[in-house]
Design a binder for this molecule. Structure first.
Ligand SMILES: C[S@@+](CC[C@H](N)C(=O)[O-])C[C@H]1O[C@@H](n2cnc3c(N)ncnc32)[C@H](O)[C@@H]1O
Length: 282
């Protein structure tokens, strides 16, 4: 499915991915909703944002990616984290605790104490309007991760299903379908064929650049879906603070028709938005 091979790597190479800091070890997203959304659809070939990788593993366990599940991230350290979780699961038949991975890969998963106070003093600069924007309190915690080289890690780390042996075994059995690619998800149309994907999962990526630039990129990404294929995107309430469509969820909702997508309003839940690629004649 991938047209060029140069950025495509397997689990063993992903384990050797150096560069970047691990920013997201855990996720704040409600993974139960991902299970509900993915288990009811026919999602053979998936392209997904990686982050800490729990969304990708959860989609596998929910029956998605029976063909391939491609995880992409611009930060190689995130691909490494998923590869490390997957490799541990494969060997030990259970998900690793944070401490186990921390010990298994000395120096690769470094947790810095977060300096929240410093973050609260921070503003974002909008390169388009030239305005300074103060993030709301609800975002302070989140952006401390991005700015302090801290890492998002829950006190009780790991996806909720790690305590469910059946679900965990299903994830493990499907690890062979995971593929890794270090890339900007908005460059993925250079690597995947138009119409070749059943599902694209996008996390709440923040876009501080000109909107028209990303609108054009988003149109090409949407074209990767087969007719009837879907985009699941997470819209963190906090990401709307600029009110200018700077997250994929917001922009997709605003531009669905132009992108030949229809919003699936029956499936809006827990912060997730679902969009379906229109079929001919719709
Ligand atoms: C924005 S973070 C959000 C994490 C998410 N809220 C969660 O709880 O898992 C998701 C990941 O997307 C990656 N990322 C950001 N922009 C990207 C892009 N344009 N293409 C691919 N990955 C990107 C980041 O490196 C990070 O690992």
């Amino acid at each position: 499915m991938m047209e060029k091979d140069d950025r495509k790597i397997g689990i063993n190479k992903a384990l050797k991915c150096f560069g970047g800091f691990v920013r997201y070890y855990d996720t704040t997203e409600p993974l139960t909703q991902i299970i509900a959304l993915v288990s009811t659809g026919d999602y053979r070939n998936i392209l997904a944002c990686c982050g800490g990788g729990d969304q990708a593993l959860t989609m596998l366990g929910a029956g998605g990616g029976r063909g391939s599940l491609w995880v992409v991230d611009i930060n190689p350290a995130q691909l490494f984290v998923l590869a490390a979780k997957a490799s541990f699961l494969k060997k030990n038949n259970l998900m690793p605790s944070f401490e186990q991975l921390h010990r298994a890969y000395p120096g690769r998963i470094t947790a810095f104490k977060k300096n929240i106070r410093c973050l609260r003093q921070m503003c974002f600069y909008n390169t388009v309007t030239g305005r300074m924007i103060a993030p709301p309190d609800s975002l302070a915690e989140k952006y401390s991760i991005a700015t302090d080289n801290g890492m998002f890690c829950l006190p009780e780390s790991g996806p909720f299903w790690q305590k469910d042996p059946l679900f965990t075994a299903r994830v493990r059995a499907r690890l062979g379908r995971l593929h890794f690619a270090r890339m900007d998800i908005f460059d993925s149309p250079d690597y995947f064929k138009q119409g070749s994907l059943d599902l694209i999962y996008m996390s709440d990526i923040f876009w501080p650049e000109a909107l028209t630039y990303y609108q054009a990129k988003l149109a090409r990404v949407a074209g990767l879906l087969r007719p009837g294929g879907r985009i699941i995107t997470y819209l963190d309430a906090g990401d709307d603070f600029m009110g200018e469509g700077v997250s994929p969820g917001r922009m997709l909702a605003q531009q669905a028709r132009t992108l030949a997508l229809k919003m699936d309003t029956d499936n809006v839940s827990g912060g997730y938005l679902v969009f379906e690629r229109m079929r001919r004649g719709e």
